[in-house]
Design a protein around this ligand. Sequence first.
Ligand code: ZN
Ligand code: ZN
Length: 375
Amino acid sequence: MATVQAATMIQPGEIALREYPKPEVADDALLLKVSAVGVCGSDKHMFTGKMNLDWPVIPGHEFSGIVESIGPRANDSMKVVGGPLKEGDAVTVVPGTQACGKCWYCIHVPHRPQLCPNRSVFGFRTSAEAPHLFGAFSEYVYVPGDAFVLKLPKGLSLERAAMTEPLAVAQRAVSRALAPGIPYAGEGFGAGSRCAVMGVGPIGLFVVASLRNMGAGDIIALDLSDARLEFSEKLGATRTVNLSKLSREERKEQVLSWTDGVGPDVVIEAAGVPSAFEEGLDLVRRGGKLVEVGHYGDPGGVEIRPHQICNKDVDIFGSWAYPQVQFETVLDMLSRTTLPIDDIITHRMPLSQVQAGIEITGTGDCLKVILTPGE
Ligand SMILES: [Zn+2]
Ligand SMILES: [Zn+2]
């Protein structure tokens, strides 16, 4: 019997290659041969025990691949962009399955499907039951009939397409600051808006690139690493602040000096550090917008002065995941952008190196690790 190798997290701190039977596809499903899969900060959180999941789990939610086999009804049952799908097509798949359509959130706020508690997400879902392959740190992913699958635009590489998911997180965070129709009135993000990004790790860098692609004016990047700050300039940042070189007061003065003394129109917190949220609130101008996209994990709290929120008349937005269709706008950006977005990938490793890939993520000069199970 043919088998599939998949990196399986048995429990936090323990990940190993396991063999699974290669599944037959159901009429409405497809089997995807994984070409490239990104290692995410949340995979590291999973590995270090900061996530309560139903083990074992095959991680991997940022992926692209080739359709290996497809059931005769898959094109009818799945949501497909750029279809119909056939064997050999290069695709990416939204890791979150469709919302249930029946819960309180689905009934009352259907435009926010990521709030549905009944979704499951590839890479976080248990692999205990057949067909097991619900994460992309694997040679194959089993894509069930309720999936959202997008054919890659011509000319877009499978490797670049593996960045669709984290870029969707970033693009959605920027979208939260939009106020359709009225950016000219100084409300919401629009052409020429002055922005600040707290933290330019992978998500912060994707935020910078999204802001640039969406017409931002000045983009101020704040981080502790000179290497990251330099790279953020290649993706569109126009000013940088190294947090380790200036005191809190000094950097506020610096940012104010670049923004007519009022502060940025939009501040996006992507560091995942509670104090960065508080500092972002301090920096954003009165009447501006503050978006929180860095805290997918929960590292604790920070003291907030409610007076500041009230007095600034500020809008504060959380950003959690994205609607599935965000993948379509991201693929469009990935295939058009002239920014050197591939340079976010600092490490390429075979599946057998998965543990090293997780361990190196978030350290030193590492930005994005891509695993290549298909090789
Ligand atoms: Zn991720
Ligand atoms: Zn629901």
